[in-house]
Design a protein. Structure first.
Length: 298
């Protein structure tokens, strides 16, 4: 069993309190866990008293301790006392319940996107926890008392559905989910069908880079198609008005460099535009190879 211990900063703050009195919030850590404790130290009010009173509040527990004023060992006494209270080794203390770290979130079974945990306020001063697909339109769970419970509820749904067939209500031919879950609400084909073959494919791979397959692989495929178009350079007709509007709705939800790359792929030809597009995407691919998190549309 591992134990809570004061951080170096909290131990230093406790040393200052031991010498000068006052109030502070202490931080105790344990592998994958944290615990906060409020402490207040005040001198006794009786005339001539050489004592100070320390009061400690840690979750539902409250403890007090009397110390000699100006005792050089007070900081160590207090540190030992706080850690003993946290770990249940103090004579009057029960161990603070240890909470397991939230389970790692499984990807959304509908579109394959990563999930995100969050908390939100409810009427009063309480909070509830939830988890949602980063694409937000797929699915979510809410109402959990703790983040651990929210993660468990989400993962239960994913494990139940991962091996099932797609939702019978999903049109996997005309409107497959990985093309329709973009936060803009626009379908990929509304833009891609108006582009030359290679640019249409490049746009498609960037559009669903996180919703289907490996994001890095999809970016690299987009780079290949942009380069192929750059080598052959067929004529690219201007987008019709409806497609221009759809492109605008898509890119406002995209982070750098994808918004810029999509505009270069689908917008009017620019001198050196495809070279710049490939350069931005190559830098992003290298960032992902180094272990960075994918940049998601929002």
């Amino acid at each position: 069993m591992s134990f809570f211990s004061l951080t170096k900063g909290s131990a230093a703050a406790l040393g200052m309190l031991a010498r000068h009195a006052g109030s502070e919030t202490l931080l105790l850590t344990q592998p994958a866990r944290e615990l906060r404790a409020a402490i207040n130290i005040e001198p006794f009010t009786s005339v001539g008293s050489n004592l100070v009173l320390a009061e400690l509040v840690m979750r539902e527990q409250r403890h007090s301790m009397t110390l000699q004023r100006d005792d050089g060992a007070n900081a160590q006494h207090l540190a030992d006392w706080v850690e003993a209270a946290a770990n249940g080794t103090l004579d009057t203390a029960e161990a603070i319940p240890q909470r397991a770290a939230p389970a790692e979130l499984l990807p959304c079974w509908i579109c394959g996107s990563k999930a995100i945990g969050y908390d939100y306020a409810i009427p009063g001063n309480a909070f509830r926890n939830g988890v949602k697909c980063r694409r937000s339109s797929c699915q979510s769970v809410e109402g959990a008392e703790t983040s651990e419970a929210a993660h468990d509820a989400w993962n239960t749904i994913q494990r139940e559905d991962l091996d099932e067939q797609p939702d019978a209500t999903a049109d996997m031919v005309n409107h497959p989910p990985h093309y329709t879950v973009h936060p803009s609400g626009v379908e990929c084909i509304e833009v891609a069908e108006h582009l030359p073959f290679c640019l249409g494919n490049a746009f498609k791979y960037l559009f669903h880079r996180d919703a289907k397959g490996n994001p890095l692989e999809n970016i690299e495929k987009a780079i290949w198609y942009v380069n192929r178009h750059n080598e052959t350079y067929p004529a690219k007709p201007a987008l019709p008005e409806e497609a221009r509007e759809a492109l605008g709705q898509i890119v406002v939800h995209e982070p750098y460099p994808f918004a810029q790359a999509m505009l270069l792929i689908a917008g009017p030809d620019q001198c050196g535009g495809y070279d710049n597009c490939m350069l931005m995407l190559q830098e992003e691919a290298q960032r992902l190879r180094s272990g960075a998190e994918p940049r998601l549309a929002a």
